[in-house]
Design a protein around this ligand. Structure first.
Ligand SMILES: Cc1ncc(COP(=O)(O)O)c(C=O)c1O
Length: 395
């Protein structure tokens, strides 16, 4: 039995993961299609999987490895950071995915009681990482109504007015759940504001390769900037759990403190997964971008399906895997009811905006289904939205 009184406030006061709630909806229904989870439909490169198969009997695979990651992968990533991201003064720590990278950083850079900044709509796991580490003073800034870019004027005021200055500012580029990218000039401005205020800037670049319509992803570097990356989506490696932190080499003590956290959570990322990451990286970024190009069709199909919501209702989609769709005003306080209704009545799932600090919206993912299935899911979504608008949530 037991009682709530025996459980930690840090856990009790953390939001329930929206993905777990949505997975519950999926499990409870027959023949449901998901536009909810942020995943890609492809598997890792075949050549990389074949090579990894050969490694399973190698003794080092079953031992612990260096906390910061296997040297071959770290070396390859330093090269990649130079060539692709123009990051020249960064060191690498490999983690069990980008989410663990973020938790490592929060534990290394922030104390309970600090204030931090993020922008709505925000990435729900980042919000929860703050909550569960005692950082309850989470200042949530607005995004531009039209573009969904983080509002840098608000940030400038907030960094000036908040005493002591917020410890950390975080953005996702391109965004989850917004599906918008942060243009280079804006990212530089955010970085300069953080540097001047003495705040860390943590940029989550999980979707660095997921850029459309000729737009280019860029990174910023500095002694106050930490970048996070992931193999999950790019190489279809969600279940292998590999991400990494690119942190400023010259900041004294940072590497040592990061190692303390790492040694107490995964010790090291799975060794076989790190080898798969290395072999996948050897395929080159084109392996990823060739697949990302194909997602444009899914995006078009889903944009069409969202058209019943009316002109201007859908934003994002210029990066990452997401469209951000505004529901009619009367659903501003019950977007999760709409999600449940869509699941039960129309067998299609999305993520409610309320889980991202921006109620009254839906996040639609266009990465998880092959085109044929995406069409089928889009058809359900379209019918559902038409009914929602004409008759409401009829049972
Ligand atoms: C912005 C962002 N960061 C991190 C993650 C988690 O990535 P990983 O699988 O590398 O932990 C996701 C996954 O959806 C994401 O969207």
């Amino acid at each position: 039995m037991g009682s709530y009184g025996k459980l930690a406030k840090r856990a009790l006061e953390t939001d329930m993961p929206v993905m777990i709630q949505v997975q519950g909806l999926i499990r409870g229904a027959k023949n449901i299609m998901s536009l909810g989870q942020g995943v890609v439909y492809w598997q890792p490169p075949k050549q990389a999987l074949d090579k990894v198969k050969e490694l399973v009997w190698e003794p080092s695979i079953s031992r612990y490895g260096a906390d910061e990651g296997i040297p071959e992968l770290r070396e390859a990533l330093i090269k990649k950071l130079h060539q692709e991201n123009k990051l020249y003064k960064s060191s690498v720590m490999i983690t069990a995915g980008a989410n663990q990278a973020f938790v490592n950083l929060v534990l290394t850079l922030c104390d309970a009681g600090d204030s931090v900044v993020m922008f709505a709509p925000y990435y729900f796991n980042a919000y929860m990482s703050f909550q569960m580490t005692g950082i309850t003073n989470i200042l949530v800034g607005p995004s531009d109504q039209k573009t969904l870019y983080p509002d840098a004027d608000w940030l400038e005021r907030t960094l000036l007015e908040t005493k002591p200055a917020p410890k950390l500012v975080t953005v996702v580029n391109p965004g989850n759940p917004s599906g918008t990218y942060i243009p280079e000039n804006l990212l530089k401005r955010i970085s300069n504001l953080c540097r001047n205020a003495g705040s860390w800037l943590v940029v989550d670049n999980t979707y660095e390769y997921f850029m459309y319509d000729g737009l280019k992803h860029s990174c910023v570097e500095g002694d106050h900037v930490v970048n996070i990356f992931s193999f999950s989506k790019a190489y279809g490696m969600m279940g292998w759990r590999v991400g990494y932190i690119a942190y400023p080499t010259e900041v004294e003590g940072l590497a040592a403190q990061l190692l303390k956290v790492q040694d107490n959570i995964p010790i090291c990322a799975s060794i076989i997964s790190q080898h798969l990451a290395l072999y996948s990286l050897e395929m080159g970024p084109e392996w990823v971008t060739d697949r990302v190009k194909e997602l444009v069709k899914n995006r078009e199909i889903l944009l069409e399906a969202l058209s019943p919501l009316g002109e201007g209702a859908v934003k994002g989609g210029e990066g990452a895997l997401y469209l951000w769709a505004k529901l009619p005003d009367k659903y501003v306080n019950n977007d999760f009811d709409v999600v449940r209704w869509l699941a039960h009545r129309h067998s299609v799932v999305a993520i409610p905006g309320s889980a991202c600090g921006d109620p009254g919206n839906l996040r639609i993912s266009f990465g998880g289904l092959v085109e044929k299935d995406c069409r089928a899911a889009a058809e359900r979504l379209r019918r559902g939205l038409e009914e929602l608008i004409s008759d409401g949530m009829v049972q």
